[in-house]
Write a protein that binds this ligand. Sequence first.
Ligand code: HXC
Length: 258
Amino acid sequence: MAYKTLVVETKNNVQVIRLNRPEALNALNSTLLVELSQALEKADTDAKVRAIVITGSEKAFAAGADIAEMATKSYADMALTDFFGAESTAIAATRKPIIAAVAGYALGGGCELAMMCDFIIAADTAKFGQPEINLGVIAGLGGTQRLTRFVGKSKAMEMHLTGRFMDAEEAERSGLVSRIVPAKKLMEDAIATAEKIAEKSALSTYAAKEAVNRAYETTMSEGLRFERRSFHSLFATDDQAEGMAAFLEKRTPQFRDK
Ligand code: HXC
C-alpha cells in the first residue's frame, strides 16, 4: 500500500516504518496518524511481520503534532472529534513489539509517539521534550501520563512546566530510553534488535509485552497474578517444549508459534 506520509519496508520479518514529512520535521498531522494506525493494524495481521521499528529522519523523529493543522481549531473542534484519540489508542494497542528508533527531535506528540512504542533506542543526537506549554496548551497524546511513569514525577513535571529538552544522556539516565547508540549506527542497531525479537516464539513475545504493560495498568498483586497465569499458560505450547528441549540438547530452538 502506498502512503503519503510513511515509507514502509519489510525485510527478515522486521517492518521499518519511517515517518516521512521532511518539510515539517515529521510533524504529526491527521494524515500521518491515520496512516500510521492503519499501517500498524495491517502489520499486526501480517504473518511476515514479527517486529516493528518506527523511525524518522536524522534531524527529527517527529517535532510534535502539526501546529499549522491545530492553530485555528476551537475547543468544540477538538472535543467533538476527540482529536487524535482514536489514532493514538489504535497505535498503542498494537500487539506486535515496536521499537522507536529516535534521532534528533522527539518533541510533544513525537515524544509521546516514541513512548507509545515498547521501548526507545536513542541516537546520541536525540532530544526529547514536551514543549506544548510554550504554545499555551499541554500534552494530548499521553505525555503527562507516560513520561511521569517513565521518569518520575519531578522530572516529568519540570519537562511539562518548562518545556525544556532532555538530551540522550539524560533520557537514558532517567529511564526514558533503553540505550544510546551513535547516530550512524541507529538503524543498524534497531533493526538487529528487532530481528532478535522476531526470532522468538510469537506466543511468548505477546505474553511478555502484555505482562510488562500490565505493570502500568494495575496493582502489584494483580500484575503478579496476571504474570503467573500467563507464565503457566505458556506450558500449553509446543514452543515451550521446544525451547527447553533445545537448551538441554545444546542447540538453537526452532519456534513454530504453536
Ligand atoms: C508544524 C513544524 C513543527 C510542528 C517544525 N515544523 N515543527 N510544523 N508543526 N510541530 C516546521 C517549521 O515550521 C519549519 O517549516 C520546518 O518544520 C523546520 O522547522 P524549523 O523551526 O525551521 O527548524 P529549527 O530551527 O531547526 O527548529 C527545530 C525545532 C522547532 C526546535 C524542532 O521546529 C520547533 O520548536 N518545533 C515545534 C516543536 C513543538 O512545539 N512541538 C509540540 C507541538 S504540540 P517552514 O515551512 O518554516 O520551513 C503537540 C501536541 C500533541 O505536539 C498533542 C496532540 C493531540
